[in-house]
Design a protein around this ligand. Sequence first.
Ligand SMILES: *Cc1c(COP(=O)(O)O)cnc(C)c1O
Length: 442
Amino acid sequence: MSAFAAGESGFSTRQVHVGSAVPEASPRALPIHFSAGFTFESLDEAEAHFGGGQGFGYSRTGNPTVAAVEKRLASLESGSDAVLLASGQAAVVVALLGLIDAGGHIVSSNHIYEGTRGLLTQNLPRAGVTSDFVDDVADPDAWRAAIRPNTRALFAESISNARNDILDIAAISAVADEHGIPLIVDNTFATPYLVRPIEHGAAVVVHSASKFLSGHGTALGGVIVDSGRFDAARAGDRFPHLTEPAAPGAPSLWELHGPRARAVYLRDSEAPRLGPTPSALNAFFIGQGIETLSLRVERQSQNALAVARWLDERPEVASVDYVGLDAHPHHALGERYLRGGSGSVFTFTLTGGREAAAAFVEAVELFAHMAHLGDTRSLVLHPASTSHVFRTIPEREALGVFPGTLRVSIGIEDVSDILADLDRGLAAARAATSDAREGALA
Ligand SMILES: *Cc1c(COP(=O)(O)O)cnc(C)c1O
């Protein structure tokens, strides 16, 4: 710092240069590298970064805090590589655009996050990418029948909203493999603690890290985890950007990186050019959240099972769609895939319809009424008036969304307090519907 000594350097110079060199230290917690870029020691080091991808140069192409969290996520999802992004939607769109050209086609589960659905039905068609939707996601033949010569990806959620369907990951991965295309699984609701889709044959996993991974409702983020099992022979000519030379005479990504070609393309060419880079601060929050993922998801799943059983006995409740209940149509699939719990996001439907639902969300005190999930705190949302407000009534019903349906995300609170709050909500629902009945009779 002697180059910037007072008396030698001016005030304005010193205010930006003195104290900007980070002292060497060995922090136990993940340091937040809140820096747009990183300096090079030499011209050779700069060239090794730009020419060979070594080290860090600019935060859009790599940041040490982000890289540490990516490593953690790749390990927990049993993948070879992970790319952290600014949101879950960014993860979904970057994963898809890393595979699909104009004229391409996607086969997706019909039971997916509404934001992803809008991307597939409204945004991607403008770029010439179309999608078809499979309703019975448990039926491999339904997926097979929807695949066309231009299909480049299958897409589904491991546990889906609103019916709590469970994806038969091994069966649908096998269908994808038959056609040389990847199955992308959105594993947001399950988290890698409950299921690791790559271990069952999925090629790519995506998450909204804004939910259980961050876990405390503070930061948005998304992640793509690649299996590292890209197979050029199986892929044939479907992914020329991975298997053909980028320039005449140059090696292809497949020749350079083998089964990691798809992951390398995402990291080096796709994510940084599309640009939804996570901030190092959000990466820190996500990395810190993940440190308690198993504890939270275990407790949330225990609480959710107790809540679902309790709701199932109540006269104000017409149905409970929780895969942890023996009567759920996918209970056996859940037992096969989910280890350590059945998750904590599910829906239940009040007999009193919209009026009962309105009274419920306005009466509860421990549950926050909001469009989020996977928080330490319990949350509730009325899908028909929020997430599914733009769907027609028959569409909503096919997805399991009725006027009295409420979605809950069960938190880590003491279960007795959660049940007491639900009791408060149900009492209000009961009062609202009996008032309405009296009103109708008067
Ligand atoms: C929230 C969510 C997304 C979108 O993630 P953002 O972080 O909000 O962009 C995608 N898929 C599922 C299943 C989600 O719950």
